[in-house]
Design a protein. Structure first.
Length: 361
């Protein structure tokens, strides 16, 4: 297949790579979202993302074209302008990052909050509070620039979706397997690297044979992400391999801790990284920003997420930032900038405050 587009990855974890994408991939991904989400020509997307990254193009523009629907492209996400834009265009579909949903929840409540046409939003995590307040169902997804938006997506109407669950393969004929470092498939329910296979995934990285060879092996795309498959074949996303934290021989997925932190009502944004530790190899370092400018009670926050996470996954260090986190042009967190100069000396230390770790019952 000949390449149709050269799209660069966001570079959220390192230097962006140019992904060579085939025309057939756009067609396949677009129709897959139409079929899974029930998109029709009457639907209207409200798109706050640029079209030079996968979220705007593969997840919104491609299905718009496939269904003959409409797409409203706004310059950027503005928390106070979002709902007026939805109303002005009778938008029915969108894509929201977890932080954007948190920002919308921070708006003053109004009796008309549910009076909107928006019925579905794609995101990385469910947010029951958002759905309850605004009446918008969240469909969780897993995909990459390299997969042209294909991967997994929860079907509309899915109930009690657990954190991290991103649903069955999208499109259905896409193959998903989870493997160990040697490339051998692991049993259902065990963690490993997520691999995808479909003839319409990326062709390779532009002028980068080394990274192409590492990512494409025996027809499979090695995503660099950790996940599990259940007996139904539904995928659960556990985090990036590059974001894994090695503490006392145990692997901790940074995103799992982030999602738990962001479910707290006093937290607007959260990011987790590792810092070196002479005894435990690495320790968990969290950066949080409170909602509405309020600094959360850190000890209470750690105790709260301790009801969900195992004790050894809880952050030892927590830094509270007052300003919004830096973001890349596609809306993703700029992790490189945010975590570049983390210093335990500048953070709250759980051990110094003698906060005991107790596993949830």
């Amino acid at each position: 297949m000949d390449p149709m587009a050269l799209m660069y990855t966001s570079g959220s974890t390192g230097r962006p790579k140019g992904v060579l994408q085939p025309n057939a991939g756009y067609q396949t991904a677009g129709q897959a979202y139409v079929d899974r989400m029930g998109i029709t020509a009457d639907d209207v997307w409200i798109c706050t993302l640029p079209l030079f990254h996968a979220g705007g193009t593969h997840l919104m523009l491609a299905p718009t074209i496939a269904a003959g629907a409409s797409l409203v492209l706004v310059p950027r996400f503005d928390v106070r302008a979002f709902w007026p834009q939805v109303h002005a265009h009778d938008a029915t579909l969108t894509l929201l990052f977890p932080a954007q949903m948190s920002m919308l929840l921070s708006l003053p409540e109004d009796p008309t909050d549910r009076d909107n046409e928006l019925r579905l939003s794609i995101s990385h995590v469910v947010n029951p509070a958002f759905t309850e307040r605004f009446g918008v169902e969240i469909l969780t997804t897993f995909s990459q620039t390299e997969s042209l938006g294909m991967g997994a997506l929860t079907p509309p109407g899915s109930r009690n979706v657990a954190p991290g669950v991103v649903g069955p393969a999208l499109p259905p004929e896409l193959e998903i397997r989870v493997v160990d470092p040697a490339g051998d498939e692991v049993p259902r329910g065990e963690r490993g690297e997520i691999c995808l296979r479909h003839p319409h995934l990326m062709l390779g990285y532009h002028r980068d044979p080394e990274n192409t060879g590492a990512a494409l092996r025996d027809g499979w795309l090695r995503t660099g992400d950790i996940g599990t498959l259940d007996d139904r074949g539904w995928l659960t996303y556990r985090g990036r391999i590059k974001h894994m934290i090695k503490r006392m021989g145990e692997n901790i997925a940074g995103e799992e801790v982030e999602f738990a932190l962001m479910r707290h009502p006093d937290v607007e944004e959260a990011v987790v990284c590792s810092v070196p530790d002479p005894i435990r190899t690495e320790e968990v370092f969290a950066i949080v920003r409170g909602r509405d400018g309020r600094a959360p009670d850190i000890a209470a926050l750690i105790a709260w997420i301790g009801d969900e996470l195992s004790a050894w996954k809880l952050p030892r260090y927590v830094r509270v930032d007052a300003t919004p986190f830096p973001r890349l042009p596609n809306g993703k967190l700029d992790r490189v900038t945010l975590t570049r100069d983390v210093d335990p000396a500048d953070a709250w230390d759980r051990e110094a405050h003698r906060v005991r770790l107790v596993d949830p019952a």
